[in-house]
Structure formats: C-alpha cells, structure tokens
Design a protein around this ligand. Structure first.
Ligand SMILES: Cc1cc2nc3c(=O)[nH]c(=O)nc-3n(C[C@H](O)[C@H](O)[C@H](O)COP(=O)(O)OP(=O)(O)OC[C@H]3O[C@@H](n4cnc5c(N)ncnc54)[C@H](O)[C@@H]3O)c2cc1C
Ligand SMILES: *[C@@H]1O[C@H](CO)[C@@H](O)[C@H](O)[C@H]1NC(C)=O
Ligand SMILES: *[C@@H]1O[C@H](CO)[C@@H](O)[C@H](O)[C@H]1NC(C)=O
Ligand SMILES: *[C@@H]1O[C@H](CO)[C@@H](O)[C@H](O)[C@H]1NC(C)=O
Ligand SMILES: *[C@@H]1O[C@H](CO)[C@@H](O)[C@H](O)[C@H]1NC(C)=O
Ligand SMILES: *[C@@H]1O[C@H](CO)[C@@H](O)[C@H](O)[C@H]1NC(C)=O
Ligand SMILES: *[C@@H]1O[C@H](CO)[C@@H](O)[C@H](O)[C@H]1NC(C)=O
Ligand SMILES: *[C@@H]1O[C@H](CO)[C@@H](O)[C@H](O)[C@H]1NC(C)=O
Ligand SMILES: *[C@@H]1O[C@H](CO)[C@@H](O)[C@H](O)[C@H]1NC(C)=O
Ligand SMILES: *[C@@H]1O[C@H](CO)[C@@H](O)[C@H](O)[C@H]1NC(C)=O
Ligand SMILES: *[C@@H]1O[C@H](CO)[C@@H](O)[C@H](O)[C@H]1NC(C)=O
Ligand SMILES: *[C@@H]1O[C@H](CO)[C@@H](O)[C@H](O)[C@H]1NC(C)=O
Length: 529
C-alpha cells in the first residue's frame, strides 16, 4: 500500500501542467483527475510511462518460506545464489529491493521484525529465515525503472495528484537510508562507478570518482560532495561537475551550470542527494590517462604496534598530502596513490612507513600502474568498504593543525590510541589538499568549507546484527554518535562529510554545509521546491 496524504484535488494539477507542457503528463493528470482511487491512478501512471511501473519484492525473499504472512515454497537454488552473493555489491546492485546497508530495507523503529534479512556474519544461519516472516519493511512498494525525463515528470505529477511521497534510488549506498522509504513511489536509475571508469579508460581519459565499484556516479555521490583518493590533486566531485540536468519538484526540466540557474548549480554541488530535484544527467571534467604510483603496505600488529602505526601516520600525513598522496587506511593496511611522483620519489616519501612495516615482517609494495583503471581493478575490489552487513557511520574532517603542530599531532595520536579500545578508525586521505577551486561563483560549492583545510576524513562504524532488538538498535546509533563525539570535541571548528555522517550529527546544518552555505541552500530550496 502507498501512503496517501491530502486529497485528490483536480484543481491543483493545473499548476503543474502549466509548468510542464509535456503531453504525456497532461494526459495523465487529466485522466487521473477523473479517477477516484489510488489503484486506478497507479494504472494510469503505468500506462503513461509505457508499462515501466513495477512492484517491489524483498531482495532476500528466496530463502524465506513465509513472505508477507503467506506460506510460499523456498527455491533452494535461488536461495543458495543469494547466499553466495549476499555481500557482493555487483550482485546486490541489480536488485531494486537490495540496499547496500540492509538495515535501511527494514523498519528499524518497529519493535517486531519488519523486514527481511539474512545473517551477514553467516548467510546460512537458518535462525534468520526458518519460520520467519519476510516483509517488505522500508522498501518502496512500487518503483519506476526510469528511462526518460517524462517518467520523472509523470511520477512528480502522480505524487502531486495523490499525495504519495517519492523516493529516489540510484545504487542504494546511502548510509542514512534516504533512498528507501516505506509507502513511497521510487524512481530508480543510474550508472555505477566501475562502469564509468571503464568507459573513460576506453577513450583514453581518466574520470575522478570514489573507492568503490558500485557507488552511483551521477546521484548522491557528487550531490553530497564526493571524495576520491585522487581528490588531493584533482578536487572533490563537486569541484569537477560542470553541468547538471535536473527535474525540479515543480516538474520543470532544467539545466544548471556556470551560466544558467547558477543558484541551483551551487545547491547541486554539495546540497545533498534528492534535496533539489531528480538528476537526469551530469557532465564531469576528465583528465588525460595518466600513470600513478601505488603504495600498498600491511603487517600483522602485536602489542602496541597499532598505536605506534597511527602515530607514525599522524606524523607523516601532512608531508604525504603535500606529495599528492591520497588513499585509505584500515587498521594495519594502507593503500595510497599519487599521480605527482615517480617510483623513486614515491618510495622515498613513503620510507618511514615502509621501514615500520618491514621491521614487523609486513609487506610493502611501491609500484607504478599505467592508469587509474589498472590501479582500481588490481587493488580496490578486495579492499573497498563492506556492503551487506548492517553498518552505521560517524565521521569528522580533521584539520591541518592536528598534523602541522607537535601539540596537534600528540592530541590526535593520543585520541586515536584511546579509541582503539572500542573502535577501529577508518582513515580516508581524500580531501582536496592541493586542489585550488576556481575563484568566485564558478568554484563555489555547498559542502562545508572544512573540507578545504582537512588532511583526513576519519570515520568510525557500528555494526548491527540482523536480529538486534529495537533497544539494541537505538543503543547502537547512540553509542556510535558518542564515539565520534570525541573527534568533534578535538576539532570543534571543523565539519563532517554529509554522505558518510552520523544520523544524529549535532548541528548538522553547520557540520555538513557551514552556516553561510546552509542559508544559501535554504533560499534555493524555497525558490525551486
Ligand atoms: C560501500 C560504500 C562505499 C562508498 N565509497 C565512497 C567513496 O569512495 N567516496 C565517497 O565520496 N562516498 C562514498 N560512499 C558514500 C556515497 O557517496 C553515498 O552513499 C552516495 O550517496 C551513494 O550514492 P548512490 O547513488 O549509490 O546511493 P543511493 O542510496 O541510491 O542515493 C543516495 C542519495 O542520493 C539521492 N539520489 C540518488 N540518485 C539521485 C538522482 N539521480 N537525483 C537526485 N537524487 C538522487 C537519493 O535519494 C539519496 O538521498 C560510499 C558508500 C558506500 C555504502
Ligand atoms: C505496468 O504495466 C506493465 C505492462 O502492461 C505490466 O507488465 C506491469 O505489471 C504493470 N505494473 C504494475 C505495478 O501493475
Ligand atoms: C509448494 O509446493 C507444493 C508441492 O510441490 C505444492 O503442492 C504447493 O502448491 C506449492 N505452494 C506454493 C505456494 O507454490
Ligand atoms: C554472484 O554475482 C556475480 C556478479 O553479479 C555473478 O557473476 C555470479 O553468477 C553470482 N553467483 C551466483 C551463485 O549467483
Ligand atoms: C553457519 O550456520 C550454519 C547453520 O547453522 C552452521 O552449520 C555453520 O557452522 C555456521 N558457520 C559459521 C562460520 O559459523
Ligand atoms: C501540487 O502542486 C501544487 C502547486 O505546486 C501545490 O499547491 C499542491 O500542494 C500540490 N499537491 C500535493 C498533494 O502535493
Ligand atoms: C588510446 O590510446 C592508444 C595508445 O596510444 C591508442 O592506440 C588508441 O587508439 C586510443 N584510443 C582512443 C579511443 O582514442
Ligand atoms: C611521532 O612524532 C612524535 C614527536 O612529534 C614522536 O614522539 C613519536 O615517537 C613519533 N611516532 C612515531 C611512531 O615515530
Ligand atoms: C624522480 O623524481 C625526482 C624528483 O622530481 C627526480 O629528481 C628524479 O630525477 C626522478 N627520477 C627518475 C628516474 O625519473
Ligand atoms: C616473517 O615472514 C616470513 C614469511 O612470511 C616467515 O617465514 C617468518 O617466520 C616471519 N618472521 C617473523 C619474525 O615473524
Ligand atoms: C596507548 O595507550 C596505552 C594505554 O592504553 C599506553 O600504554 C600507550 O603508551 C599509548 N601509546 C601511545 C603511542 O600513545
Ligand atoms: C540473534 O540470533 C543469534 C543467532 O543467530 C542468537 O544467538 C541471538 O541470541 C539472537 N539475538 C536476539 C536479540 O534475539
């Protein structure tokens, strides 16, 4: 069932029709205004969009013998395929009912299970599915596989007509669950990062994007900021987008760039996914194909090794940022790249870390790869962030003073050392440290200015279990927020990354955008939405 708010008031459609003369939409509105029920409105919507309306099913359904209260036969083969690939993003991404952080498939505020999950720690754990009722939970019951601007306009008109809310899903990576929504009508489309990398490479170009195969390229990623391990040299995704074509909530298809709808263009460069309309198309600056140096280091820590390792990283990261390095550090594993150095200089730059790791019998590889794609294919799929487990993040952008002064380094190292007792920090060297945005409005983006002075984007995570109680879930979100609070206290003047931030981020307007940007965003919102 879809949620309905308001009544079906034909008089309101006129406004939309005037904004959008597309005949298909006008026909829908005209027909729908004669109809009295939601199901006939859905039928009309479906015919308007050429039969592309679909009903959703839970991704995990194949393993369950009870679905929405009805007994069904389990397909052993389909269940086994699902289990094999439960945490594989390339598999999940093809299913509308699958979200990468699967707690967002469920109604988390419900005290009784209202969802359909496997145990991601052990996908064959029968306690997760035997005799358990698999429910659609927070997955939108209807979705449109969007193929054209008209599909989106028809959905907006339908929403306006019926009061049914819309959700927009690209590739389902939202850490805050904003691409699902119980009783919403969903719009689903988009290409993912690895495909874009492969295409760019095939025409001898490099496109700058995230550290994951299936993050959507032209949705939440750039709308919320978009970091890459090439960001230190080439900027954030918001720095590189040159044009966005978007259907705003009034149904109008607009082009936003440096010359047209500049206010909207500003808002779309960091204001956040689905906040200002539905993106149909975006254009991004590319670079020629280039070779880069990769540093791949890991060791097995014992005793105080991890604390010393983080201290070494804190001591060296400003120099590495100046040398163009960007990368990720997960516990005793570091993968970085720089497009600015040759192999000899890269090795010299990384020497303190190489010595540390080698002294602990670890491995340290410094190598030149011929292209970004060659690096990505060799190293990223096995190192990228996990999907399938129920995960929540809290993050902080760590400013340069914590790396450039002895007291800052001592404070940061000590805090990380304390944190190791209850959480493992995930460090992203993916801030635009060497990148200079263009002056004035052309380079103005809506993300927090804290990005521009940060050396690390640090996160800590919390993992939920498939069967956590309501109290345990609530406690998990609160505990995570308390963990990241220590880093907010360390750098109160800084901010956090909207796309990967805590759902309970205090003063989120300031943390994600900064007061000045937030006020501008609010004004744009009032203008277009
Ligand atoms: C495993 C993993 C790895 C990640 N790695 C990185 C990384 O390396 N760098 C980085 O910066 N971030 C990374 N992220 C965060 C990521 O950028 C955000 O979660 C991003 O919003 C995901 O986009 P999506 O399209 O896949 O997700 P979705 O959940 O489909 O959408 C995210 C948000 O954008 C909105 N949206 C989607 N498409 C559109 C559209 N066409 N028009 C308007 N709004 C739209 C949705 O409504 C939602 O609010 C990662 C996330 C995960 C889960
Ligand atoms: C929409 O129409 C197509 C083609 O007629 C049909 O196959 C599909 O089931 C319809 N969708 C819904 C949700 O009824
Ligand atoms: C399940 O399988 C049994 C035996 O093959 C069959 O009789 C029954 O109709 C099936 N039930 C459903 C819901 O498909
Ligand atoms: C797992 O997913 C991959 C990628 O989509 C696919 O090629 C493979 O066939 C899947 N395996 C099973 C058992 O379904
Ligand atoms: C996963 O669960 C199955 C079924 O209960 C059990 O046989 C198996 O040992 C478990 N595997 C792990 C790694 O715990
Ligand atoms: C439909 O759009 C009109 C004009 O923008 C607006 O006044 C009205 O509240 C909308 N109706 C619904 C149900 O959203
Ligand atoms: C890319 O570069 C290679 C090597 O220089 C060349 O052979 C190839 O034709 C180029 N491809 C395109 C699409 O330009
Ligand atoms: C980092 O630098 C501090 C002095 O600024 C020093 O005390 C500490 O030992 C260094 N850490 C490592 C691992 O070298
Ligand atoms: C590597 O780069 C350094 C610093 O720019 C330079 O001095 C050196 O000659 C280069 N080495 C090679 C082999 O190109
Ligand atoms: C170092 O690693 C090698 C090979 O992995 C192993 O044979 C050796 O025992 C290790 N030495 C120590 C001191 O751990
Ligand atoms: C880390 O904390 C432990 C106590 O938990 C302390 O013994 C150790 O000296 C600290 N190490 C560093 C590098 O601060
Ligand atoms: C969740 O399931 C596991 C086994 O899969 C069980 O050990 C645990 O007690 C369950 N937790 C709750 C809160 O029911």
């Amino acid at each position: 069932m879809l949620a309905v708010r308001g009544s079906l008031l034909p008089v309101l459609f006129a406004l939309l029709v005037r904004c959008d003369p597309a005949q298909a939409v006008a026909d829908l509105l005209d027909a729908a205004s004669q109809s009295s029920s939601l199901s006939s409105a859905l039928r009309l919507l479906n015919s308007t969009i050429g039969g592309k309306l679909r009903t959703a099913v839970p991704f995990e359904k194949a393993c369950f013998s009870i679905v929405e209260g009805l007994h069904v036969n389990v397909s052993a083969a389909a269940c086994a395929a699902l289990q094999t690939n439960y945490t594989n993003p390339v598999y999940r991404v093809d299913y509308f009912g699958a979200y990468m952080l699967p707690q967002w498939e469920t109604c988390q505020a419900s005290s009784v299970t209202n969802g359909c999950l496997l145990d991601s720690n052990n996908v064959s754990n029968p306690l997760a599915f035997d005799g358990v009722d698999c429910r659609l939970g927070n997955v939108p019951p209807y979705y449109i596989n969007v193929h054209s601007v008209k599909d989106v306009q028809a959905a907006l008109a339908f929403s306006n007509l019926t009061g049914v809310r819309l959700s927009v899903k690209n590739k389902g990576h939202d850490y805050k669950g904003r691409s699902s929504g119980r009783n919403t009508l969903a719009l689903w489309a988009g290409v993912f990062t690895q495909d874009v990398y492969e295409f760019a490479d095939s025409i001898n170009r490099t496109i700058i994007g995230g550290y994951h195969q299936t993050v959507g390229f032209s949705g939440g990623y750039f709308l919320g900021g978009g970091h890459s391990i090439l960001t230190p040299v080439y900027g954030l995704a918001v720095d590189r987008v040159v044009e966005v074509k978007v259907v705003t909530p009034d149904g109008v298809y607009r082009t936003a760039n440096e010359c047209q709808n500049q206010d909207l263009f500003f808002a779309l460069r960091g204001g956040g996914g689905s906040a200002f309309g539905v993106v149909i198309e975006s254009t991004h600056r590319t670079e020629p194909k280039f070779a880069l140096q990769a540093a791949v280091l890991r060791f097995t820590p014992t005793g105080s090794d991890l604390a010393d390792w983080y201290s070494l990283l804190v001591n060296n990261s400003l120099q590495w940022a100046n040398d163009g390095w960007g990368g990720h550090i997960v516990g005793p594993s570091l993968i970085h790249v720089t497009p600015l150095l040759n192999t000899t200089a890269a090795r010299a730059s990384m020497q303190p870390a190489i010595d540390f790791v080698t002294a602990r019998n670890g491995s340290a590889v410094i190598e030149e790869l011929p292209s970004w794609l060659a690096f990505f294919e060799k190293y990223v799929p096995s190192a990228q962030a996990a999907v399938g487990p129920e995960l929540d993040l809290g993050t902080r952008l760590l400013p340069s003073r914590l790396f450039s002064t002895a007291s800052g380094r001592a404070q940061l190292s000590a805090l990380i050392n304390e944190t190791l007792a209850f959480a493992s920090p995930y460090l992203v060297a993916g801030t635009p440290w060497l990148y200079k945005p263009r002056a004035g409005a052309a380079g103005a983006t809506a993300t927090t200015p804290a990005w521009r002075d940060a050396v690390w984007h640090l996160s800590v995570k919390w993992q939920f279990e498939y069967n956590d109680t309501l109290a345990a879930r609530a406690d998990g979100y609160r505990t995570l927020s308390a963990h990241i609070q220590r880093f907010r206290d360390l750098a109160p003047e800084s901010g956090a990354y909207f796309n990967e931030g805590d759902v309970y981020e205090p003063d989120h307007e300031v943390a994600y955008w900064g007061t000045e940007n937030y006020e501008k965003l609010l004004a744009v919102k009032r203008r277009y939405c």
